[in-house]
Design a protein. Sequence first.
Length: 320
Amino acid sequence: MGDGRQADGSALGATFANDARRIWEVAEPIHAVIAFHPGVSRFAAEAGCHGYWMGYIGMRSAPLGSASAATITSAFYNFAPRRIARSVPDVWAYSTPARLLDTRLAAMDAILRELWGMDTTGSAVRRAAELAGRVVAAAVTAGRPLAAANAALPVPAEPHLALWQALTTLREHRGDGHIVALVRSEVDPCEALVLAAATGRSPAEQLRLSRGWSDREWAAATRRLANRGWLTVGGELTALGAQARAEIENVTDLLAAAPYRQLSLGERDELYDTLYGLAERVALGGGYAWPNPVGLDWPPASERAAARLRQPAELGSIDG
């Protein structure tokens, strides 16, 4: 193709898709500090949020403006409508999108400085922010509302915040694509969680409770998947279900891949290695929780599967 794009089935396309997944696995713990680090709750409360969920929903949806509960439910996809409705529109009465955007950056500034120390503004973080920013700049966000809203925000001047915001935009870009993959496979929001739990990615009860679904709704979603032959009546994954789940993940990876064509293979490896070291510090510093609804473990699955002989490069001594 004249513009350099590759068909999804090509070897090169698969390489970019694989790298998009690998980089997401080490980027997600850094982004998710905003959701899992206990220190964030203080910042959210000072911004007017009442309780964890109002802070989470308000800060994540703030790039969309004062969006309605229906809009946010659609964009988040796998949350029960009642979970969102408990915080929206009230959050916009207690706070504002602009205030919450400032709040999440203030929280990340304080917490990443605590987790990363002197490396926070060092050359490795600056370089990672530059590489991730190039990927964001190449991302097509049409049809991806959370990615588009985050991509439209001003880039923070501080390198650690520029990096965090870029990784946030890329994870929402991937998440928007994941929703496309789920809709393509006719998997509704609650079914998506049931299917994820059946793969062992996350505990079922954690997913059900955190996303606000009732026992009855969860059981009904399990029956619908069993009727498709994807689960047994007891909720265990079948071979057909495993194949369907793998296809959803493959489509998600392919839809996330295009922006990474802006980086050379060496640059993609460089970004991965730096993010690995930073994510390791997040993990050791209590900034990410296991198990979690995202279904990510540490070390990341791609690292374990590859059984790489070398360890990812440590940040080491970094120029200020």
